[in-house]
Ligand binder design. Sequence first.
Ligand SMILES: [Cu+2]
Length: 67
Amino acid sequence: MALKLKVPNIACDGCAETITESIRIVEPDAKVDVDVKNKTVTVESEASEESIKQAIVAAGYTIEGYQ
Ligand SMILES: [Cu+2]
């Protein structure tokens, strides 16, 4: 499953690293691409969309259109 999320409060490469690590806790083999400039996170993963989103939110980030 490929998922592209808009995460408006990504500010720097540190954020990108934090988000990547939080997703890898859910699924170590997930392919994560964070675009700091465009504030998007693209995830290729076997995990459910919901679990990926929850990992990002738990790391302190907000996802556009998701509470
Ligand atoms: Cu940052």
